[in-house]
Design a protein around this ligand. Structure first.
Ligand code: HAM
Length: 428
């Protein structure tokens, strides 16, 4: 994304807020290409798009994302309106689950396959790859708790990224087990960490009581050193998930291997949201300029969330990827080419013909509407990078023959009106 400084200095209060970005038309080409690939892949896989409000009641995120998470504790944009507390959504899953329940989608044949795109808001410290307003593409699948449903979701994540043209990605998986598996693991983890608690960062010291699993994926170097030390080695190497949960996870891994998707098991991967159980995963970029913020996609299973938010017991699994992070890894797209720049002092007269070139023949045609002389209009044709200038003056109208000037070579030829689109379509 081009984030150049403004051409003229703008008062700070009139600049875009910190951690947000503008996308100019040159940037938007890449967004549109990404979005059309997403729609194509999701449609081909039987997923339907869902659109939910950017604003939700704050309580949805308190109950959905979890009161002990960083997102809810520190990062939400929350405000009061009347007697209601509203929040700009920090992520998409909670809103989709609410909509799934509220619109009776739970009565549809299972699984219900949904996806969404749109802006999310988190009040985080901005840095490369970390924004306060960013965009996600998310996929959620409701109603099944089978290894095949995890497998479908993981393959969709990988295929989407591959179809977008991304390479150099790593997939990390973990199995959090059931909620009760997690409780007994938390208990043992706390017992092991208690003697060295003072050596952890202040955030982890608070997490010790509220959300001890998050200590495992804290990025602070001193915390990482302790987590990777022999102190935790035995605990992390042991399987704490129940035999059924382990068997489910193993089947997912086997299916991935069967189709040649490589992955690593990362037992420290717990993810930052409270709703997960069973499978969790992240996909990270190994190269590019994202540095510490190299996770492009994250997700997992959340079998209790629908019920927790008032719906019927419904297992679910999903993921989301960060659009800005992905775009920063992709090569710049080719700009839109203007096929014809119409040099004219009478746009209305040529309107029907021009609309025919545009909408019957699919050409990109720009009409000069400046009212300037033809010399200046030809300069404008050059400036906008048009392939051809089409000179459409009085003489051309009388003869119904137009002058086509190839802007690269400067060569000009007279072409009957009816043949103009074919000539414009011809490859130079
Ligand atoms: P998440 O890991 O919080 O998961 O976010 C998913 C992705 O959004 C991240 O991997 C990252 O690429 C992008 N992202 C997150 N925060 C930022 C930021 N501040 N700036 C730029 N990009 C960011 C979720 O949001 C879950 N709702 C995913 C999910 C769906 N799980 C199940 N279903």
């Amino acid at each position: 994304m081009r984030q150049s400084s403004p051409a003229k200095p703008v008062r700070e209060s009139l600049q875009r807020p910190k951690g947000t970005q503008d996308a100019t038309p040159a940037d938007v080409i890449a967004w549109q290409q990404l979005e059309s690939t997403v729609h194509r892949v999701m449609r081909a896989s039987g997923y339907g798009e869902i659109r939910t409000p950017i604003l939700e009641h704050t309580e949805l995120f308190l109950r959905g994302v979890g009161e002990t998470t960083d997102i809810v504790n520190k990062e939400m944009y929350t405000f009061e309106k009347g007697d209601r507390s509203l929040t700009l959504r920090p992520e998409g899953t909670a809103g989709v689950v609410r909509a799934f329940i509220e619109n009776g989608l739970s009565r549809l044949a299972k699984p219900v396959r949904l996806y969404y795109t749109g802006p999310m808001f988190r009040y985080e410290r901005p840095q490369a790859g970390r924004l306060r307003q960013f965009h996600q593409v998310g996929v959620e699948q409701f109603g099944l708790d089978t290894p095949a449903s995890d497998f479908e979701l993981l393959t969709i994540a990988m295929v989407l990224l591959q179809q977008l043209g991304l390479t150099g990605l790593t997939l990390q998986l973990n199995n959090l087990g059931t909620a009760s598996d997690r409780e007994s693991f938390k208990h043992e983890l706390k017992a092991t960490l208690r003697p060295v608690l003072a050596d952890f960062c202040p955030t982890c010291q608070t997490r010790f009581e509220s959300n001890p699993l998050r200590i495992l994926d804290c990025k602070v170097p001193t915390c990482q050193t302790i987590v990777k030390s022999p102190l935790l080695a035995d605990l992390l190497a042991a399987e704490y998930a129940s035999p059924e949960s382990q068997a489910h996870f193993q089947q997912v891994c086997d299916m991935l291997s069967q189709v040649g998707i490589t992955y690593t098991r990362n037992r420290q991967l717990v993810r930052g949201l409270d709703y997960y159980s069973g499978l969790v995963f992240e996909i990270a970029a190994t190269d590019g300029q994202l540095g510490a913020q190299n996770v492009v996609c994250g997700g997992g299973r959340y079998n209790s969330l629908v019920e927790q938010l008032g719906g019927p017991q419904t297992p679910a699994v999903g993921f989301a990827f960060g659009v800005e992070r992905l775009l920063s890894l992709l090569p710049a797209p080719t700009p839109v080419v203007v096929d014809a720049y119409v040099v004219t002092d009478n746009p209305a007269r040529w309107h029907t013909a021009i609309e025919n070139w545009r909408h019957v023949h699919g050409l990109t045609v720009v009409v000069d509407i400046s009212g300037k002389g033809f010399g200046k209009q030809l300069q404008a044709a050059d400036k906008c990078g048009a392939r051809y200038a089409v000179i459409a003056g009085d003489a051309e109208w009388d003869s119904q023959t137009l002058a086509l000037k190839a802007m690269q070579t400067g060569q000009q030829q007279m072409v009957p009106l009816a043949e103009v689109p074919l000539r414009l379509l011809a490859v130079d």
